[in-house]
Design a protein around this ligand. Structure first.
Ligand SMILES: [Fe+2]
Length: 314
């Protein structure tokens, strides 16, 4: 039975042994509390989504991710895929309906529709001047407040898999992902990475919503969140540093996807990315085959540390 084309990533779900500590990290990272129960924390960004991150009380591990379906009919269709749950009402803050699946690594994938969409949170930003457009902010002084970045939305999840092809095939078949860049090392049939995006037809979407890395173990490499702009990446970096969090990699600009990035570990060694300014592609853009190290090196910024390249938490 074939899958559907999800429209975007919706949230990440993890477990954490201390929800106060989780909330402090996520607040410093730039999210805002949407709701909290005795056993779970729901964090949002400035975009109109009830939550983009769920932390449930428990031994630290990555539970999985939510993705958005275009309609309830799509949920009904997905429920007929082998191993899928029936369409069920979501019994937690934000509501909506979902179908649950298990990916080849054992992570829980929830495809959701009809979750609450609260009003966006206000964010004041001034125009930037460019060398070729020097008067965009003429007569106005730029004044940025100190503090956390402003997370807008969740951008992508990155998993390490000991069997990249099987993992990527499942996501493409089940959630309708398209290849943006497959990455090979030495021989073209030796894939070591795969960047995948949503298929929304002519609509432009982020370069990747799911990146899979071939590795020695299965696990989460990082979850990634879009912030407002480059000032947010820099201010967020200063804020995270001032709070003593452990830095993973950055600041730089990727080549595949082109985002300006910065990566931080949470108190349980889970990696979280801030990014801004992604490439946008639509279904007409053909998949690309890229060379590891050559085409994957940052356009500027330090190369990825070995610890980050090999990073995967359960
Ligand atoms: Fe990323």
């Amino acid at each position: 039975m074939s899958g559907i084309r999800v429209t975007d990533i919706a949230f990440g779900r993890v477990t954490a042994p201390d929800l106060d500590r989780a909330e402090q990290f996520l607040t410093d990272f730039g999210m805002v509390r949407s709701d909290r129960t005795r056993t779970a924390l729901y964090m949002r960004g400035t975009d109109p989504s009830h939550h983009l991150y769920v932390a449930e009380l428990g031994e630290p591990r990555f539970v999985g991710c939510g993705f958005s379906a275009a309609s309830e009919e799509d949920l009904e269709k997905l429920a007929r895929v082998e191993g899928a749950s029936p369409v069920e009402s979501i019994d937690e803050p934000g509501g909506g309906k979902r179908v649950r699946l298990t990916d080849p690594l054992g992570y829980g994938i929830e495809v959701v529709h009809g979750m609450a969409q609260p009003a966006p949170l206000p964010l004041q930003r001034q125009l930037l001047n460019y060398g070729s457009e020097r008067r965009r902010r003429a007569g106005e002084l730029m004044r940025l407040g100190k503090g956390p970045a402003h997370v807008r939305r969740i951008g992508h999840m990155v998993l390490m898999s000991t069997d990249l092809r099987r993992t990527v095939d499942w996501y493409r078949r089940t959630l309708g992902f398209l290849c943006s860049d497959d990455v090979y090392a030495e021989r073209e049939d030796n894939l070591v990475g795969s960047f995948n995006r949503c298929n929304r037809g002519d609509d432009y979407v982020d370069h990747h919503v799911f990146f899979c890395i071939q590795g020695k173990k299965n696990g989460l490499n990082h979850l990634s969140f879009e912030v407002e702009d480059i000032d947010d990446v820099m201010l967020g970096h200063e804020h995270m540093r001032s709070k003593g969090y452990r830095h993973a990699w950055g600041i730089g600009r990727h080549r595949l996807g082109s985002q300006v990035y910065d990566y931080w570990y949470d108190p349980w060694n889970r990696c979280h990315e801030h990014w801004t300014d992604t490439d946008l592609l639509n279904a007409r853009t053909p998949g690309n085959l890229a060379r590891a190290m050559v085409d994957t090196a940052s356009q500027w910024g330090e190369p990825a540390p070995q610890e980050f390249r090999e990073h995967a938490t359960p």
